[in-house]
Design a protein around this ligand. Structure first.
Ligand SMILES: NC(=O)c1ccc[n+]([C@@H]2O[C@H](COP(=O)([O-])OP(=O)(O)OC[C@H]3O[C@@H](n4cnc5c(N)ncnc54)[C@H](OP(=O)(O)O)[C@@H]3O)[C@@H](O)[C@H]2O)c1
Length: 352
């Protein structure tokens, strides 16, 4: 098939492109050409340049070609999905959108494991510290809503995947590396809250295989699927498993969520810090994707070994927030010695 991929050099999209090429498809990627990632040369791979936010760039890119399928990995705002609807409606056999489980996690009332139909649950009150991204989830939901409004099996057939935290070698969010780097430095680990809430990650290669399976399986038309690892852990269990793989046994110190939220190190301008602190259980039903797409996930030990290898041999930058690691350790030592003073100081501050 002839496939147009919006994105194609990103963490997830580059793996999807590789797997599409391996399966014999002809792939045209569409990017601004800013990403440093270079895909391996392949006669069936073409690179088109343009900005997906500009209708004319997208239109001009496809003008001389007829595509069977379009994948969109770069829709974060409904205006971006709208451009795709305007350009591709009536011209393609399949539109595949990359969504996220954050579309659920902006709702207050959820039943775990979260099934795909729960995307209709009402929005919670605005929660700036939503660990799944409040604005991100709201906007991704709007992208989905718009695409479903235009879904039509004949002229605009939509399918989508909702991945949870995507991990693996070269993950630009460096979520696993946040913990790997701290476990390896031998200092105690700060865990916000109880660390008891279950969550799921997903290996990037499993996501790529699921995106290919969507295309190959006509029963996925008009459907959205969760994609996650079949294994679920609490943050405490995750840290224990990760420490075992790294042959370390770090001291773990829990700081109450209320106190943690007052600390300057609890947020970072560059992205997620203390990742997988989901603050409530966030597990996702995989029944639909297993039934329709015969999905199976890779074992945690298998993909995490590869992830550890990659980060410990290739990563030149620190994980996000590591410049504050000294302060983190000092705070932990103070917290252990003066827990009561710490609590009354911070909790007084937050109530006053
Ligand atoms: N990472 C996670 O844990 C996670 C979880 C759930 C869902 N997701 C979803 O996964 C998707 C991100 O996938 P990814 O990791 O492959 O993407 P990514 O790392 O964000 O890469 C984005 C790709 O799109 C291109 N791009 C960015 N802006 C563009 C523009 N204006 N016009 C044209 N091309 C543009 C980039 O190349 P240039 O910069 O060269 O243009 C690059 O090829 C998003 O839809 C996100 O919601 C991610």
């Amino acid at each position: 098939m002839k496939i147009f991929v919006i994105g194609g050099t990103g963490f997830i999209s580059s793996r999807v492109v590789e797997i599409l090429l391996k399966s014999g498809h002809e792939v045209y990627i569409f990017t601004r050409g800013r990403s440093k990632k270079r895909l391996a040369k392949n006669d069936r791979l073409k690179v088109l340049y343009g900005d997906r936010n500009k209708f004319t760039d997208v239109k001009n890119a496809i003008d001389r070609n007829n595509f069977d399928v379009v994948y969109d990995f770069v829709a974060y705002q409904p205006s971006q999905s709208k451009i795709c609807i305007d350009v591709f409606k009536g011209k393609i056999g399949r539109f595949i959108h990359c969504s996220t489980v954050s579309v659920y996690m902006v709702s207050g009332e959820l039943r775990c494991p979260i099934t795909e139909d729960q995307v209709k649950q009402p929005l919670m009150n605005y929660w700036p510290r939503n660990p799944f991204g409040m604005d991100y989830g709201i906007h991704k939901r709007k992208c989905e809503d718009l695409l479903w409004q235009h879904h039509n099996e004949k002229i605009f057939p939509v399918s989508m995947l909702r991945p949870t935290f995507v991990s693996g070698p070269a993950d630009p969010a460096r979520r696993d590396f946040f913990w790997i780097e701290r476990i390896l430095d031998g200092q105690p680990l700060l865990v916000p809250g109880s660390g008891d809430f279950a969550f799921q990650q997903v290996y990037v290669e499993d996501v790529a295989r699921a995106f290919l399976a969507l295309l190959e399986n006509p029963s996925s038309l008009g459907k959205a699927y969760n994609v996650a690892s079949e294994e679920m852990y609490s943050l405490n269990e995750y840290l224990q498993k990760l420490s075992q793989l790294l042959n370390r046994s770090p001291e773990i110190i829990h700081i109450s969520q209320e106190v943690f939220d007052q600390l300057s190190i609890s947020t970072h301008s560059q992205g997620d810090v203390f990742p997988f602190n989901t603050r409530r259980t966030a597990t996702f039903s995989l029944e639909k994707i297993k039934n329709d797409l015969k999905y199976q996930s890779t074992l945690f030990e298998v993909w995490m070994e590869k992830t550890i290898d990659w980060f410990t041999s290739h990563q030149s930058e620190h994980s996000i927030g590591y410049e504050n690691r000294g302060l983190e350790v000092k705070l932990l030592s103070l917290y252990t010695k003066e827990k009561n003073i710490f609590h009354s100081h911070f909790l007084k501050q937050s109530s006053g």
